[in-house]
Design a protein around this ligand. Structure first.
Ligand SMILES: [Mg+2]
Length: 214
């Protein structure tokens, strides 16, 4: 059956993870926490790290910035902070726009992320990537599953109104993208920008190579 849709993970696949998310959770939030509770940055950092570590990456609440801000007693608006942090086109990997531009002419492109809907919208707007996607889907907000759960991919196919054979998913994370998709019969491709994975994976080193697997 023909591939009609390609879904893409966002962080680490289309935009650099080292950018906004890292700065938010390991710099901005501990800084705000240290001011709020009048403790040093390193104490605040350690506290935040401990709290993050307590929540599994598989738990939907991990992906809810307003919840974390509330949890840490921070009055600031997380959305506004995320908006300010992500206002840079430099977050986008250089091979992304040219590849999406080409693929868009032959396939329906879908954005499928663990970022909550509000964060996703901010990131797509600030990076200018939104225009490439006919569907923009937050797994946690719109489907109710973290992508580590294979059901997220079953629901994705259902939501798109297609068969799983019509979809290919591209992502950088084995446990969020590659494996859960495959386990329900959705073909997946691992993007391995650092060349960290062996050849047992269907992998590409640059996004432009994605068509090799289509
Ligand atoms: Mg990712």
């Amino acid at each position: 059956m023909a591939i009609t849709h390609i879904s893409f993970d966002l962080d680490g696949t289309l935009i650099t993870l080292a950018g906004m998310e890292f700065k938010l959770w390991y710099d901005v939030v501990p800084t705000l926490y240290s001011k709020k509770h009048n403790i040093s940055f390193s104490e605040a950092y350690a506290h935040c790290r401990r709290e993050y570590d307590k929540v599994s990456l598989k738990n939907i609440i991990f992906y809810d910035p307003p919840r974390w801000f509330k949890e840490f007693g921070l009055e600031q608006d997380s959305r506004e902070i995320i908006n300010n942090l992500s206002s840079s086109k430099e977050l986008v990997y250089p091979d992304v726009a040219p590849t999406l531009e080409l693929l868009q002419q032959k396939y329906k492109l879908v954005l499928f992320t663990n970022t909550d809907r509000s964060g996703m919208e901010i990131k797509l707007k600030s990076t200018g990537l939104g225009k490439y996607f006919s569907e923009q889907i937050s797994a946690v907000s719109d489907i109710g599953f973290v992508k580590t759960d294979p059901q997220a991919y079953e629901k994705l196919v259902e939501k798109l109104g297609i068969q799983k054979e019509n979809l290919v998913h591209v992502g950088d994370y084995v446990h969020h993208d590659y494996e859960p998709a495959r386990s329900v019969g959705v073909k997946s491709i691992l993007i391995d920008r650092d060349g960290a994975f062996d050849d047992t994976y269907d992998k590409i080193l640059t996004l432009g190579d994605v068509e090799k697997f289509l």
